[in-house]
Design a protein around this ligand. Structure first.
Ligand code: HEC
Ligand code: HEC
Length: 356
């Protein structure tokens, strides 16, 4: 299950080199230019500025996207037959009408079994170097087949799911035409991942504003952006075009739900300092995917902002980047107006017709 730190070094080094290069040549530092965000400095930390997403969605060379594969992946994403009781699809917990996430505090899978973590959004997971709150999966391909045999999610074996789908003529034909093979687990993973790479939250009011439309974002959201990048210090972790540093931090989020204690990133690295650290999530379209945090402890953005305002909860591994903010009530409301301005353009969505 663990991908350890080996999977991490490559992308990290690449990202750092990219950032250094960007800093040297000063890409994107001019307002109104559609390019990768430049670097800014806050309290001595030099970090990527927030800005528009790149238009090209990254995909591995081994799984290039094309229409037939995406269409197959979309059907699989909505198909309960990937689960043991034929009722729990990916969309059951990553629901398009709930920001591709789960409005429940923690998800209920096959047979009513409840997991210990909140289902994160699938929006922009294409940009994640790590999947899951603890980052234990690297690619979307690797992630996609996990839930199928997870006993508290879809609870089905990979062998059974392949047998079941092979009996469905429409799938047989589509696997042949889209992937050139019969139904197999690798093909299921690739098709679902290809579909997920089309679930992108972008073109928000914020994007339009930074691309030069001064009317795209209200004055409250504009003031909120200043809080986000300044006194609120949110940008220390939620930075770059996807509003995440793709790192893991301990904020001292109160642990609720079925898990007594969740050590997060520690399960992957076994490093003491990673106890209780979780992945910084994207904030794009964040208003759609309540409740919040790895255990869904906060129901509203107001609760989240109050939590950051008091500097999180003291504990031995609390991130040194956390400290009390002393935000005024107006600054809090402005900050929330800004978070709402990160809502992406709605994706026209139709539930796919599933093959009989
Ligand atoms: C029973 C609910 C449930 C089902 C069904 C389910 N998921 Fe999830 N999903 C979760 C939860 C909970 C997590 C977070 C788990 C963790 O971090 O340990 C998650 C995490 C993810 C992530 C990682 C996102 C991120 O930002 O780290 C992706 C991607 C994902 N699921 C896609 C899928 C796909 C594709 C399917 C179908 C094959 C699926 N899920 C089925 C509940 C579910
Ligand atoms: C030290 C790094 C750090 C700072 C600073 C920070 N965040 Fe976060 N943020 C995180 C991490 C990590 C999580 C997930 C924590 C968890 O679930 O245990 C998170 C979670 C969130 C969530 C919930 C997202 C979801 O999908 O559940 C929101 C909203 C949020 N942060 C907004 C903010 C705002 C607004 C600020 C500034 C006031 C801020 N953050 C400052 C790291 C940070």
């Amino acid at each position: 299950m663990s991908t350890g730190i080996n999977g991490k070094i490559g992308p990290m080094v690449c990202r750092m080199m990219g950032l250094i290069l960007m800093a040297l040549i000063g890409i994107g530092s001019e307002p109104g230019v559609a390019s990768t965000p430049g670097m800014i400095t806050l309290e001595g930390h030099t970090i990527p500025d927030i800005g528009p997403l790149p238009t090209a969605v990254p995909a591995p060379p081994t799984n290039l996207n094309y229409a037939a594969k995406i269409s197959l992946g979309k059907q699989l994403y909505f198909d309960g037959r990937l689960s043991q009781n034929n009722a729990i699809s990916c969309a059951f917990c990553h629901n398009p009408v709930a920001g591709f996430a789960d409005p429940n505090q923690t998800s209920v899978g096959v047979g009513g079994k409840r997991g210990g973590r909140q289902a994160p959004t699938v929006y922009n997971t294409a940009f994640n170097p790590f999947q899951f709150w603890d980052g234990r999966a690297g690619s979307l391909e690797e992630q996609a087949i996990g839930p199928i045999h997870n006993p508290i999610e879809m609870a089905e074996t990979h062998e059974n799911v392949v047998v079941k789908l092979s009996k469905i003529k429409g799938y047989q034909e589509q696997f042949q035409s889209a992937l050139g093979t019969g139904v197999n687990i690798q093909g299921i993973a690739e098709a679902i991942a290809a579909f997920e790479r089309t679930i992108i939250s972008t073109n928000s009011a914020f994007d339009k504003f930074v691309l030069g439309d001064p009317d795209a974002m209200g004055e409250d959201a504009q003031r909120g952006m200043a809080v986000f990048k300044g006194k609120g210090r949110c940008i220390l972790c939620h930075n770059g075009s996807n509003f995440t540093d793709n790192q893991f931090h301990n904020l001292g989020v109160p642990q609720v739900g079925p898990m007594e204690e969740d050590l997060g990133r520690y399960y992957v690295t076994l490093r003491e300092s990673d106890k209780g650290a979780f992945k910084t999530p994207t904030l794009r379209s964040i208003i759609e995917s309540a409740p919040y945090m790895h255990d869904g402890v906060f129901k509203t953005l107001e609760e989240v902002v109050d939590f950051f305002d008091k500097g999180g909860n003291a504990n031995p591994q609390l991130s040194p980047l956390m400290k009390p903010l002393g935000l005024a009530p107006q600054e809090k409301t402005d900050l929330i107006a800004f978070l709402k301005a990160l809502t992406g353009e709605s994706i026209p969505f139709e539930f796919p017709k599933l093959p009989e």
